[in-house]
Design a protein around this ligand. Sequence first.
Ligand code: PEP
Length: 258
Amino acid sequence: MNKKYRKPVIAGNWKMNMLHSGTKDFMDELKPLLPKTRGCEVVLCVPSPLLYGMVKACRGTKVAVGAQDVSVHDKGAYTGEVSASMLKDLGVKYCIVGHSERRAYHGETDELVNAKTKKLLEAGITPIICVGETLEERERGLTMDLISLQVRGTLCGLTDAEVRRCVIAYEPVWAIGTGKTATAEQAQEVCEHIRSVVRKLYDAKTARSTVIQYGGSMNAKNAAELLACPDIDGGLIGGASLKPVDFSVIVNAACEEE
Ligand code: PEP
């Protein structure tokens, strides 16, 4: 599918790693390694206590700051939760929802991810909606059906204009943090499928405008091949986003694709 309608988004997911005290040094190392052009969006999704410092450290750079989760509630007695308006107020531009770790350890369902997506859109924050199959589901031949269900469930009730403001991340669970990357063919096949589901649910314009990332052990060595696939518009990167040099290699590979 023609990539000219989409700008790649390279998003790092720091998970529960790094410290507030280390963010300035990280950015000081990363900044000179980033491309001068604006050929792709660069995002770092950091733990909540690091958001404020990271927004400050990223000022004047092309790096946007993202969160890793959001509450479905607006405000009130929800101890430990962080609302979309709080993220917005801090200057957060993106937020991951439905990461497989949250689905696995916190029982998050497509319905909940859908509700969180709506809260983010209302607040003007770009949701990065994660979908992906387990190894068992892949081996049982269920990948495409499962992905269709997840895409339909997480986008339920959104308008075409809202879907165009979302990023969808295909993250095969078996490839996350395992060092086992999907082949470019496997990743492309599922990303193309996601686009076709969006086309069926909405229309061709929405499908060709929606950014679809691949995530799962993407690194400085395999990024260029994955990012060259016609339906892969960027990456969601865990481990490799903790190292400024490796992360910058991936960002540069995405910018060269343009
Ligand atoms: C992730 O956390 O979304 C991820 C893809 O991790 P990793 O790159 O380490 O596999």
